[in-house]
Design a protein around this ligand. Structure first.
Ligand code: NAD
Ligand code: FES
Length: 286
């Protein structure tokens, strides 16, 4: 069992939790994820690691209430236990294998969309720890939904904020900011790393392609076993079938069949809607 040692409300319906999981914390690296199960009959929920502390033995996750399972986790409090906390799963971010001297010569831009800001943070923080300051665009629907801005400013080079409604930072989408940086502000980037909703990653990849900027995205596909056995997380990358859980979650954004990935991601939307309705009925029955 894995204890929740800290719970913090980051924004409306978005919670940060530190989980006591020393074995996971010891080997975790940015880019990897965990699969969480609250109880025996619970759904397996893949969550990208937001931070980890080797000394304390904790792993930080950020969870947004969007369905039954995420609500189940969000309703837990400090001192409560999770049944399973499996990880670290997936491949660490590619830059972890690159020589530091090479990384220091690169101009890297991270694009963090909404909840995707959580998995971007450990990557930018790790780069900062080896002397590489990456730029970051953080996009959110509005000011209230923006998370980890202060934390990101500590570890990043320049931080650019966009909100869809213009309530904070620049008004528009992250792709508008990206185009503005390249076309109007004379910025040059060797690499873009985009993490957020699938549709955002698709359009970031489409935006960078004409400029020939290498673009890495972190896919949040459906997952069941997380070990490459069930095929639930299947995606097509460069015409080949890959499994997000073992080959990813990070892939070359210019090679992904995003339309297929978006179709597969929406396969269980009706199912989730029905579960949500049942859950609300049960709650209102009480
Ligand atoms: P959101 O819908 O608020 O979008 C965040 C930002 O993405 C927007 O502010 C906008 O700037 C940009 N964006 C959205 N659609 C775009 C488009 N068509 N073109 C260009 N830019 C666009 O984000 P949210 O509500 O926090 O997203 C939640 C989703 O993110 C969930 O589906 C969740 O599964 C996913 N997610 C993914 C990861 C990952 O590892 N890839 C991690 C956490 C969450
Ligand atoms: Fe089953 Fe990846 S989650 S193969």
């Amino acid at each position: 069992m894995f204890e929740i040692v800290k719970k913090e409300l980051l924004a409306s319906n978005i919670y940060l939790m530190d989980i006591m999981a020393p074995r996971v914390a010891r080997t975790a690296f940015p880019g990897q994820f965990v699969i969480v199960r609250v109880h025996e009959k619970g759904e397996r929920i893949p969550l990208t690691i937001c931070d980890y502390n080797h000394c304390k033995g904790t792993v930080t996750i950020v969870i947004q209430v969007v369905g039954v399972s995420s609500r189940l986790i969000a309703n837990l409090n400090e001192g409560d236990l999770l049944l399973d906390f499996v990880g670290p799963l997936g491949q660490p971010s590619e830059f972890g294998h690159e020589p530091i001297e090479l990384l220091k010569k690169k101009k890297i831009l991270f694009i963090a969309g909404g909840l995707g800001t959580a998995p971007v943070y450990p990557q930018v923080a790790w780069l900062s720890s080896v002397g590489v300051k990456a730029d970051v665009i953080i996009g959110a629907k509005n000011k209230e939904l923006l998370i980890l801005e202060d934390e990101m400013r500590v570890v990043a080079g320049n931080v650019y904020i966009t909100t869809d409604d213009g309530s904070y930072g620049n008004k528009g989408l992250v792709t508008d900011m990206l185009k503005d940086l390249i076309n109007n502000q004379g910025k040059h980037y060797d690499e873009v790393v985009a993490i957020g909703p699938m549709i955002m990653m698709k359009f970031v990849a489409l935006t960078t392609k004409p400029y020939g900027i290498k673009t890495i995205v972190s896919l949040n596909t459906l997952m069941v076993d997380g070990t490459g056995m069930c095929g639930a997380c299947r995606v097509t990358v460069g015409g080949k079938t890959r499994f997000t859980c073992v080959d990813g979650p990070e892939f070359d954004g210019h090679l992904i069949d995003f339309d297929e990935a978006l179709r597969r991601q929406s396969m269980y939307r009706n199912h989730e809607y029905e579960s949500n309705c049942k859950c609300f009925v049960r709650l209102s029955d009480k």
